[in-house]
Design a protein around this ligand. Structure first.
Ligand code: AMP
Length: 306
């Protein structure tokens, strides 16, 4: 089943503790598509400026990402500059230039309007809602991401959007900022009371929680000795999560738990290289092997010696 994504298609300049990259492919929709396309065909909606290196997107098209919804507008592309100090879990935003995103009015191509699985990647919540409204029949499952930038500047729009989503995926800092609750269980409950049936709270190298009613599921992050560039881990997580669900076509709790593990696996691959490089050269056999390693990470017998 195909999967619709709207989000930023960016040029990122990143400064991890070691190394540096300028104007590389980035953005929530880009990382998401590179990850999700390992599981299901992806339909991308977004905008780039006339300065965007379009040829570099061919690699996504070859992986089954339909770029018919990617508008090319006059002006500069969205640019983000970020830095990581020794805490690789949180990016410090140095610059955000919305460029063509500030006038973007997303129009979903007709052939995308019957999407069953939708991911509202990190962009202005008003644009996320506008895309959702253009989907003709209520989708099977809608996931949404956001970040501090939008929580601060578009809070009422974000709260209105939450009423229409099935799962909100945020990191722990964003959950605390959105809810004003220091405790993550309380933060999750606050969010669950505002629309979403599920909340995923990611804690970077410390794993991810999924909350649903009174149920809590936890998956560790894959322990990597070298994290090259954490940018895109969250969107790649979302790509694995939604890609897995779209491929299975089932959204019960059991499948959602597995989706968290596939998401964690995809996030762990994304950080091994700059930009979407690692996601592009990845094989399904490597994904399957890593998911098995996740099982090993937490497998134990609950035996009490006499
Ligand atoms: P993450 O997966 O959370 O590491 O997100 C990384 C991506 O978010 C980068 O590739 C950025 O281009 C993108 N990004 C950063 N700030 C924003 C923003 N305010 N709106 C949309 N996308 C953003």
């Amino acid at each position: 089943m195909s999967l619709l994504v709207v989000g930023s298609v960016a040029l990122d300049s990143v400064e991890p503790p070691f190394g540096k990259a300028d104007d590389v492919l980035g953005g929530s929709a880009t990382f998401f598509s590179a990850s999700a396309s390992h599981f299901a065909p992806v339909q991308l909606v977004g905008v780039v400026g006339d300065d965007y290196p379009m040829g570099q997107l061919d690699a996504l098209a070859k992986r089954g990402v339909d770029l018919a919804g990617l508008e090319r507008a006059t002006g500069r592309s969205f640019r983000w500059r970020g830095r990581y100090r020794h805490d690789l879990n949180s990016a410090e935003t140095l610059e955000t230039h919305l460029g063509v995103f500030s006038h973007f009015d997303p129009k979903i191509p007709k052939q995308f309007r019957n999407a069953r699985f939708v991911f509202l990647g990190n962009i202005d919540p008003r644009l996320q809602l506008s895309v959702l409204k253009q989907v003709e029949k209520k989708p099977e499952f809608v996931a949404c991401d956001t970040m501090n930038f939008w929580i601060e500047s578009r809070r009422p729009d974000l709260l209105a959007l939450l009423e229409h989503v099935d799962v909100l995926m945020v990191n722990d800092g964003e959950a605390r900022q959105l809810t004003d609750q220091a405790n993550l269980l309380k933060a999750a409950r606050w969010i669950l009371e505002r629309g979403p049936k599920f909340v995923v709270i990611k804690k970077g190298e410390h794993g991810a929680y999924m909350f649903h009613g009174r149920h809590v599921f936890f998956a560790p992050a894959f322990p990597l000795e070298e994290v090259f560039d954490p940018t895109g881990a969250g969107d790649s997580f979302a790509g694995g999560f939604m890609g897995y669900l779209a491929r299975s076509g089932t959204v019960d709790q059991e499948h959602l738990r597995r989706a968290v593990v596939y998401g964690s696996a995809m996030g762990s691959f994304a950080v091994e290289k700059f930009s979407i490089e690692r996601l592009l050269d990845l094989e399904m056999a490597e994904i399957v092997a890593r998911v098995k390693e996740f099982r090993q990470l937490t497998a134990f017998e609950e035996e009490l010696p006499r």
